[in-house]
Design a protein around this ligand. Structure first.
Ligand SMILES: *[C@@H]1O[C@H](CO)[C@@H](O)[C@H](O)[C@H]1NC(C)=O
Ligand SMILES: *[C@@H]1O[C@H](CO)[C@@H](O)[C@H](O)[C@H]1NC(C)=O
Ligand SMILES: *[C@@H]1O[C@H](CO)[C@@H](O)[C@H](O)[C@H]1NC(C)=O
Ligand SMILES: *[C@@H]1O[C@H](CO)[C@@H](O)[C@H](O)[C@H]1NC(C)=O
Length: 441
């Protein structure tokens, strides 16, 4: 009975959505399916007792695109882009369910969700409501990223600034000094003067989001099957093992039907990997693969391409073996490659131009995808989320009144670096891969 009332309410609301979105293009709403779970031997996921693979994308900007236009959003675009993703066979999106701090700070998503500790902008929360409802209608699931080691959503640095009362954040972009910023942000969980208060604010955020009632479909977030997992943070660097336990167990307590994930890159050693993943509250393991950022790939130098592919395959081999040993499913939840800059190596505009071809990227994606499908057959991996869907956005778009151009590239990175656009040839590579993964379900 309860379900009936909820779904008729949701359908009534659906008729009011922009863009005439009433149909359910890909069969069932996710909320008519069960929660995503871990399978019995820990090699993958299930939904409705059937295998569930992660045919995923990153779509972190969805929370802001889902907001009202007066708040810098574009709901019709968000609806179209989720439909495009569904048409590509995507069944999972990794999104931000957090952003912090005052809007006069540079390099970050604006407007933010939590502008002061415990104080929220309801219109941005409604953006998340719309996004989650659209994810549900498209039969997808969401990974809810609840914090960020990096500054592009406020994140750990903003928490530290709040606790110390000193708003001068040593942004890495200014002097390309990542070590100073990393040490600054890590105080969020490593500085005994700062961490207790920072964790208290963070836990309040977690509770606020998990107990929220969606204003579009009436569901409590913590009971919504469209949510697959609560993720502690994007790329927490060198976090203490106790922090993964403390926050992971808190999430589990509030949302016992959902999975929990750490958001780790797994780019360092086995010790770093286990510190995050080897506890009962983290249900599956993640890795992020960044060949240019790690100095392996230079898009202006063609000779670095083959070694980058080798590096990527070895990275998957190594991290999936760690996951297998630990008995947890494994996902490549971030990876990307720039457009074909080698064609005009001295021209940076060309590197980020949406018209520039993506032959390296397509081959890189395709090769990793084949490996992931093979590993999925062997129960060694369960899928991936490419970075990131830019959809209808273009690097040349005029910014919103909040200074945002919504692409797959966050505000601290060059526009157009890693975005996959709706017209890119990469879309076909992704569709083919998703079709292959779906055969295993
Ligand atoms: C505020 O923090 C910055 C580093 O982030 C530091 O350089 C500065 O001295 C601090 N200001 C005060 C008043 O403590
Ligand atoms: C944080 O503290 C842990 C020990 O608890 C240490 O291993 C780690 O390197 C520290 N992280 C940073 C970024 O300083
Ligand atoms: C750089 O590439 C852009 C296209 O991406 C082109 O419009 C521009 O003319 C190029 N500049 C030079 C100096 O070749
Ligand atoms: C589900 O995955 C397991 C391997 O993890 C496989 O043995 C089984 O055949 C799969 N089921 C279907 C219906 O493909």
């Amino acid at each position: 009975m309860k379900t009936f009332i909820l779904s008729s309410l949701a359908l009534a609301v659906a008729t009011l959505l922009p863009g005439g979105v009433t149909a359910l293009p890909h069969g069932k709403r996710q909320s008519e399916n069960g929660f995503v779970k871990i399978n019995e031997d820990g090699t993958g996921f299930t939904r409705n007792d059937e295998n569930y693979t992660i045919r995923g994308a990153n779509y972190w900007q969805g929370i802001n695109l889902g907001a009202d236009e007066a708040w810098g959003g574009d709901r019709e675009r968000m609806e179209r882009e989720l439909k495009q993703l569904a048409d590509m066979g995507v069944n999972n999106v990794r999104i931000m369910a957090a952003s912090e701090g005052p809007d006069d700070q540079p390099y970050r998503m604006r407007p933010s969700l939590m502008y002061k500790p415990g104080e929220y902008r309801e219109p941005i929360f409604e953006g998340l409501d719309y996004l989650l409802d659209a994810i549900d209608r498209n039969g997808m699931t969401a990974v809810m990223t609840m914090n960020n080691f990096w500054h592009w959503s406020g994140g750990f640095g903003q928490y530290v600034a709040w606790v110390t009362g000193n708003e001068t954040i040593p942004y890495p972009n200014i002097a390309d000094d990542w070590d100073t910023f990393t040490a600054y942000a890590a105080q969020f969980y490593n500085n005994s003067e700062i961490a207790p208060k920072a964790q208290e604010i963070f836990k309040n955020h977690i509770k606020t989001v998990i107990t929220r009632k969606n204003t579009v479909n009436g569901r409590i977030y913590g009971e919504d099957p469209a949510i697959m997992s609560w993720q502690l943070a994007n790329e927490p660097q060198d976090g203490p093992a106790t922090w993964f336990v403390e926050i992971g167990s808190y999430m589990k307590e509030l949302a016992p039907n959902h999975l929990v994930s750490a958001g780790l890159e797994s780019k360092n050693d086995h010790f770093d990997y286990l510190r995050a993943h080897d506890n009962e509250f983290i249900d599956y393991s993640t890795c992020h693969l960044w060949v240019e950022n790690r100095g392996v790939y230079d898009p202006a130098d063609e000779s670095t391409f083959k070694p980058s592919i080798e590096y990527g395959l070895e990275f998957l081999e190594k991290t999936s073996a760690w996951a297998k040993e630990l008995g947890k499913p494994h996902i490549l939840e971030e990876f990307g490659m720039a457009r074909d800059a080698f064609l005009k190596p001295d021209n940076l505009t060309f590197k980020y131009d949406p018209e520039t071809p993506t032959s390296h990227k397509d081959e890189f994606y395709g090769t990793l995808f084949n490996q992931i499908v093979d590993y999925a057959k062997e129960g060694k991996m369960s899928g991936s989320n490419f970075w990131a869907y830019g959809g209808e956005g273009r690097s040349t778009d005029y910014p919103t009144k909040y200074g945002m151009v919504w692409l797959g590239d966050p505000p601290h990175e060059p526009r157009g670096w890693y975005s996959v656009y709706d017209k890119d040839t990469t879309v076909q590579v992704i569709s083919d891969y998703n079709a292959n993964l779906e055969k295993l379900e």
